[in-house]
Design a protein around this ligand. Structure first.
Ligand SMILES: [Fe+2]
Ligand SMILES: [Fe+2]
Length: 206
C-alpha cells in the first residue's frame, strides 16, 4: 500500500511524493534505462528502482523520456544525463582508488551517482508548447534536499542521503568525502555535455 508523505507537492501544500513500487511495467522501464544496477546488490538495485518510480509517478511527466535535464537544456533527456553521470563516476572510481588511496564502496558510490538527481522529475513540468518551467515545489524546496528526503524514507545509508542533499552546484556547501568529490566532477562533466549540446553555456566556460 503506497504511503502518503507530507507536505508539499504538485497539488499544493499537501504531498511532495507518494512512495510506491509502481507497476511491473514501470519497474521494467526504469530497470532497462538505468546503468550501474549490475554493480550493486539486488536489494539495493530494487530500492534504487523504487526511488525513481516514486518520483516519476509523482511527477507531471507521463513518460520518463519527457523529463528534461534542466530548463537550460530542455531537449536533453534526464535519462541520458543520469547514465552519463553514472558511467563517468564509474570511470573515476579506479582513479580515486589508485591516485588518492581511497577505498570506494560501490554500495555507497553507485546509489549516489544513480540517484543524485532523483528529485528532478518533481521540480519541473512542460507547458503546452513544451517549454520547461519550475513546479511550485521547486520554488519552496532546494534540488537535492527533496531527493535526500525520499532516500531517507527508503532507508538508504546516511552518506548517500547527505551527499545527494548537498550535491547541487548552488548548495551552501559540499561534503568532504571522496564520493562527493567524484559525484561533483562526474555530474559537471555530464552536465556540461548536455549544456553544450543544447547551445547553452557550460559551467566550465562561466
Ligand atoms: Fe543535480
Ligand atoms: Fe546531475
Amino acid at each position: 500500500m503506497p504511503r502518503r508523505v507530507c507536505c508539499y507537492g504538485r497539488w499544493g501544500w499537501r504531498e511532495m511524493f507518494t512512495l510506491t513500487e509502481g507497476t511491473g511495467n514501470q519497474r521494467a522501464a526504469v530497470r532497462t534505462w538505468l546503468a550501474g544496477l549490475d554493480a550493486v546488490s539486488p536489494e539495493t538495485a530494487e530500492r534504487i528502482i523504487t526511488a525513481w518510480v516514486t518520483t516519476w509517478t509523482s511527477s507531471l511527466y507521463a513518460a520518463l523520456e519527457d523529463i528534461p535535464f534542466s530548463a537550460n537544456a530542455p531537449g536533453y533527456p534526464l535519462m541520458r544525463h543520469i547514465n552519463e553521470v553514472t558511467e563517468a563516476g564509474r570511470a573515476l572510481m579506479p582513479r580515486a582508488v589508485q591516485d588518492w588511496g581511497s577505498a570506494i564502496d560501490p554500495e555507497i558510490m553507485l546509489p549516489i551517482l544513480i540517484l543524485h538527481d532523483v528529485d528532478k522529475p518533481l521540480l519541473s513540468s512542460r507547458d503546452a508548447a513544451g517549454m520547461v518551467q519550475k513546479t511550485p515545489l521547486a520554488k519552496r524546496m532546494p534540488h537535492g534536499v527533496v531527493g535526500a528526503m525520499l532516500l531517507r524514507d527508503l532507508g538508504f545509508p546516511q552518506q548517500v542521503i547527505e551527499t545527494v542533499a548537498t550535491h547541487a552546484t548552488d548548495a551552501p556547501f559540499h561534503g568532504d568525502t571522496a564520493e562527493a568529490h567524484i559525484l561533483h566532477y562526474a555530474d559537471l562533466f555530464a552536465a556540461d555535455h548536455a549544456l553544450r549540446s543544447q547551445g547553452a553555456v557550460p559551467f566550465y566556460r562561466r
